[in-house]
Structure formats: C-alpha cells, structure tokens
Design a binder for this molecule. Sequence first.
Ligand SMILES: Cc1cc2nc3c(=O)[nH]c(=O)nc-3n(C[C@H](O)[C@H](O)[C@H](O)COP(=O)(O)O)c2cc1C
Length: 306
Amino acid sequence: MSYATKIGSIEIRNPLILASGILGTTYSTLQRAYEAGLGAVITKSIGPRARGGNPNPSVFALQEIRSLINSVGLANPGYQSFRHDIETLIENQIPTIVSIFGENISEFSEVLDGLKDLPILGFELNLSCPNTDKGGVQIGTDVDAVYNIVKTLKDRTNLPLWVKLTPNVSDMIEIANAAVKGGCDAIVAINTLKAMVIDIQTKQPILGFKRGGLSGSAIKPIGIRYIYDLYENLDEKIPLIGVGGIYRGEDVIEYLLAGATAVEIGSAIGVAYPENMIRFITMKIRKYMKEHDFSSIAEITGGAHK
Ligand SMILES: Cc1cc2nc3c(=O)[nH]c(=O)nc-3n(C[C@H](O)[C@H](O)[C@H](O)COP(=O)(O)O)c2cc1C
C-alpha cells in the first residue's frame, strides 16, 4: 500500500501539506510541522517588501463551529529577508513550496526571480488573500489578470507553479481555466471566505481590521464542492489540491474522493500541536485504504465521480 502522491512532476511521501500562513514564516515551526508527519510544507505568502500586519486582534476562534476568522493579511518579512529561512528548510531536507504574492505582474516577477534559484519543490501563487485592500483580491477575481500573471511567471521559471484560488468570486471555474491556460501545474482551492464577527456587548466588530476571512470546519463543504466542480469542469485535467476545514482523516478522504490528489491543512494545525493530529489522520487514511481495498492515493482520487 503506497501513501505517496504525485502532483504533476512533484512526488511527496503522503498527501498532507501544511497550508500557507498558518505557522508564520519561521523555519523551525515549519520544520516541526513536517517532522510531525506531513508530506510537504508551504510558507506564509511572501511579497516583494516587508509588510506589517493589521491591527490586533487579527485571529479569533469561533469554537462552536470549530473555525477561525482572521485578518492577518499579507504581513511578511519580504523575500530578501525570508531567503535564509527557505535555505535552512532545504538544508534540513524539508520539501518546501514557497507561497508568493504581489500587487501586479512586476511585483510577482520580482519575488519569483529573487527565489527561483533555490531547490524548492515549486511556488504557490496567492491570488486570493481577502484581507488587504490591494493585491490578491483584485488579481484573483480578474480572469485576464490571472492568465497574464500565470503566463508571465511560467515563462520565467521551470519550477512548478500552483495557483491558489479565492472562493470570493461568482465563477471560480472561469478563473481556474484562465490559470490553466496560463500554464499552471496545479490548482489549489480554497482560500478563506469573506466573513465578520461582532461582539454584541460592545456592539463593535471583534477583529481590529473589522473584516476577515473564515477558515476551519465551517468552510469544508464549500471546499469540497469547489474541488468536485473543478474536477469535472476544467478545460484540461490538472492536479487539484483541496484545502479548507480538514481536521480528520475522513475530511482528507472526502477531498480525495471529490478529485484532489493532495490536501493542505491550515486552521487545525494552527490550534493544536500537530503531532497527534497528523498521526490520527494518517491512521484513519490507512485504515480506510485497507477496508476499501485501495493500494494508492491515486486510486481514491475522483472516486465520487464514478
Ligand atoms: C491565520 C491564517 C493566516 C493565513 N495566511 C495565508 C497566507 O499567507 N497565504 C495564503 O495563501 N493563505 C493563507 N491562509 C489561508 C490558509 O492557507 C487556508 O487556505 C485556509 O485557512 C483554509 O484552510 P483551513 O480551513 O484548513 O484553515 C491563512 C489562514 C489563516 C487561518
């Protein structure tokens, strides 16, 4: 029984990947998550220059629905300062995908050019951060911008490019097809959904930035629907990576059946030490594979379409 999975040319030891942003940008926390049993890690989204965060509080737990709302936005140290952390991850043999963002093609190109000589697995393009006024929000909702950025970056590197989509659009398939036409190597869905939470005693929004993005269990059925629809409707079949609300092995299996070849785990790793959770997820997937006579992850992928 093989637990490895292939996302285009990339092979990883299992289908569980750390989602971008959850453990910040320090290599030691990413290393710990990998050593807990993940197949690969994705860094926090890195832009051209250091950028401060939104006012606190920027993360709030919605315990009753096992979800988070955050307005962390695109806070990051800038690619030049972050290079050293990526080098350390690589020295420690940690399969690393670097998430990058920019406010336009030239900023995306600058970050890509500044990091593309590193032996990373590939880049994930964050076109979808809903927490800032500029950047992701416009790019990820505009078909032409998505095509142009993906095409431009694809021409500048041979490294795989994954495109992470925002669910905050009226037609995600159209955006995904623009990314496919631009030459992306995989589609990642989904990023957080636009959301808000108000304290009824103070009568004020709880987040310092007022508005935020929802993640965790509440968004899982939405992520599943997107992966299912993408699997059926893309102009060309390319690997899909499911993200949104994964806490248990059952959630991973559901994403695989919808059509994913791998998954990313975010909020669940942000609220608990990863070791036990990843062990439980892995045990459940192995048990399921045995019970249902699957000998590889690829055999599970897309099973709900048959
Ligand atoms: C605190 C926090 C920070 C995040 N930062 C980023 C980021 O920098 N780049 C990005 O593409 N997604 C970011 N995300 C979105 C996650 O990668 C993921 O798409 C989303 O949380 C849904 O997955 P989950 O339900 O497993 O958390 C962030 C999410 C959270 C909760």
